[in-house]
Design a protein around this ligand. Structure first.
Ligand code: G6P
Length: 616
């Protein structure tokens, strides 16, 4: 949600900023802007994409070895040129870019207006720019020494909310300041140069040494190097990490869209997720990241899973897995509901937070609440070094690699892979999962990537079905048991990228409402692989057919019964019931993708959405 990039060093900043913004555009894409410093500073910004900004700056002065750039997902104020970042303070002393929300911005704005400040935009960010300037100018009256860093600190001590900020000051053209609370910022350390960004994607091609800023950190970058102090002005020791991210991982590599590339990456991503954790020959499974809490996990009375969006859907699969294999009572909560409804959390409860980005604001806040109440909080994250990964006491990384397409795909299947391994290892340890069942599951899990590869070979067939139903305005996704969350996920994928209204439902609930919607124009996607409720799902299909709904059924290879009833059938290889989500979701991802392409939608950057939701 909003992408931030900054550069200070010996190269021309413009190219680095534009390229960086393109890499970060998946975080927000309604407007973009840059500021370049070359003893003065120039700001260019506009509504629209980074390519529009590039067009706008074609004949402009783009010189400068210091610069900041921003790509926005609007929170306060519509996406307009004026509301785009960077924002200048009224007297032009400061220019800033911001990711997050200043909650008390109205109050601060009123006080600044009383001091004579006027505002050009509707943003909370401009308030912050002016607040910093106000402290700066006021405290420097009569020749007093008060640095831009002092002014930033004074202003941020007045702020309630979340921010990742990068700031330039006109009087200090060789300096850049960054500050963080709640919204992520990474500093890349090169040879006599620094990069700042919301995540490591724009930095990797220059350096693999990074510092993840902590909440309340204020970093000052200039010719003297990097100084790190906190809001209380106490020096902090920078903790330098090495990142393992290849540039090729963040490029499309010949695919038309990131989403398609990421769908096709799933066999690799799942293998990477279980590699080194599962030994298929010795049937051994160990999740090293859970070592320090494993005993508590096996003795837990209750597990609470918190997440948002697609991660919440994999959480429901997790609930089914945990209850089946470990017999530990498990609940799944939307992080946003959990944190605001005074939940019962007992000391020793296990809370598992699932998040691809590791930055989702609601999930992060729910973790903090759970920790305060004495729960043991474990993370399942994709992004190493992310806030959630750092906030949790233990966890398992998904190793999906960077997920750039806004519609999540490989994050879902790798999260389920981790949840399966967790449930299996706890179940074996607390003796609720028999050794022979455990062994069968290991073999089945091992075979999943190959089975996904087989499903991916059917993409042309899925594309044809997609084209046939691409004019629909409504659709229904039905599934039972482990396939109910897959129905939710399939529906979410379709609405996110094609803007067709889609609902996911437990198949048996259809008759309590959604059945009223069914007519000959309504595609009903039924997850109908062979399991213990197969007969029931066949009845549900007949109920839809009787109302002339168009049936697209996902079935087990070799199924003959449903073939005779459904309008379209997509086969997936047989697997254990518990692992069926990993296979059945693949055709649904492809179906949404091809429908969206057919409708001319922007698959990787669907309207109004953002990849990483760092505001509440
Ligand atoms: C956004 C993304 C979704 C994602 C959700 C939760 O809405 O568009 O794809 O599932 O946030 O994100 P997280 O990073 O916490 O999994």
């Amino acid at each position: 949600m909003c992408g931030i990039i900054g550069y200070i060093g010996h190269r021309e900043a413009y190219g680095i900023l534009i390229k960086g913004l393109k890499r970060l555009e998946y975080r927000g894409y309604d407007s973009a802007g840059i500021a370049l410093s070359n003893n003065d500073y120039r700001v260019y910004k506009c509504k629209g994409k980074v390519s529009d900004l590039e067009e706008q700056t074609k004949d402009k002065d783009i010189k400068g070895r210091i610069g900041i750039g921003h790509t926005r997902w609007a929170t306060h104020g519509e996406p307009t040129d004026n509301n785009a970042h960077p924002h200048k303070s009224m007297n032009g002393k400061f220019v800033i870019i911001h990711n997050g929300i200043i909650e008390n911005y109205n109050k601060l704005k009123n006080s600044l207006e009383n001091e004579g400040y006027q505002f050009e935009s509707e943003t909370d960010t401009e308030v912050l720019a002016n607040l910093i300037e106000f402290y700066y100018l006021n405290n420097r009256k009569n020749g007093k020494s008060f640095s831009p860093e002092d002014a930033v600190r004074a202003a941020l001590n007045m702020v309630v909310g979340a921010y990742g900020l990068v700031i330039l000051c006109e009087d200090y053209p060789d300096q850049m300041i960054a500050a963080r609370k709640g919204s992520p910022l990474v500093i890349g350390i090169g040879k006599s140069e620094y990069f700042i960004a919301s995540d490591a994607t724009p930095i990797v091609e220059f350096t693999d040494s990074v510092i993840y800023l902590n909440d309340d950190d204020i970093a000052v970058l200039d010719d003297n190097g990097l100084s790190l102090r906190n809001l209380k002005n106490i020096a902090q020791t920078p903790d330098i990490h090495k990142i393992k991210l290849e540039v090729s991982e963040i490029e499309k590599n010949g695919f038309d869209h990131y989403m398609l590339k990421e769908i096709y990456e799933q066999p690799r991503a799942i293998r990477d997720t279980y590699r080194g954790r599962l030994n298929f020959n010795s049937k051994f499974l160990r999740l090293g990241g859970l070592h320090n809490v494993f005993q508590q996990l096996t003795e837990a009375n209750r597990i609470i899973i918190i997440a948002c969006g697609t991660s919440w859907h994999s959480g429901i699969v997790g609930e089914y897995l945990f209850e089946e294999f470990t017999r530990i009572s498990t609940e799944v909560e939307y992080a946003s509901e959990f944190r605001y409804r005074n939940p019962v959390i007992n000391k020793g409860d296990i809370v598992i937070a699932i998040s691809q980005s590791g930055e989702t604001a609601d999930t992060l806040a729910a973790i903090q609440l759970a920790k305060k109440a004495g729960a043991i909080v474990i993370g399942i994250c994709n992004v190493v070094g992310s806030s959630i990964a750092r906030e949790t006491v233990a966890g398992v990384f998904t190793h999906a690699g960077p997920e750039i397409g806004v519609a999540s795909t490989k994050a879902f299947t790798t999260q389920i892979t981790v949840l399966t391994m967790m449930a299996m290892s706890i179940g074996l340890a607390n003796k609720k999962l028999a050794k022979d069942e455990f062994t069968v599951l290991i073999d089945e899990l091992y075979a999943i990537p190959e089975k996904i590869e087989k499903i991916l070979t059917k993409s042309e067939k899925i594309k044809k079905i997609a084209i046939e139903i691409s004019n629909a305005t409504n659709s229904l996704y039905l599934g039972r048991g482990y396939l109910f969350p897959v129905a939710l996920e399939g529906a979410l994928k379709l609405k996110e990228i094609s803007y067709i209204h889609a609902e996911g439902y437990p198949a048996a609930e259809m008759k309590h409402g959604p059945i009223a919607l069914i007519d000959e124009k309504m595609p009903v996607i039924v997850l109908a692989t062979e399991d213990k409720s197969y007969e029931k799902i066949v009845s549900n299909i007949q109920e839809v057919k009787a109302r002339k709904g168009v049936i697209i059924a996902i079935v087990t290879e070799g199924d003959t019964t449903i073939k005779q009833m459904a309008d379209y059938v997509i086969e997936v290889p047989k697997t254990d019931f518990a692992l069926a989500p990993l296979l059945t979701v693949i055709p649904l991802q492809l179906l949404s993708y091809y429908i969206a392409v057919e409708r001319g939608c922007n698959v990787d950057q669907p309207r109004n959405l953002a990849k990483s939701v760092t505001v509440e």
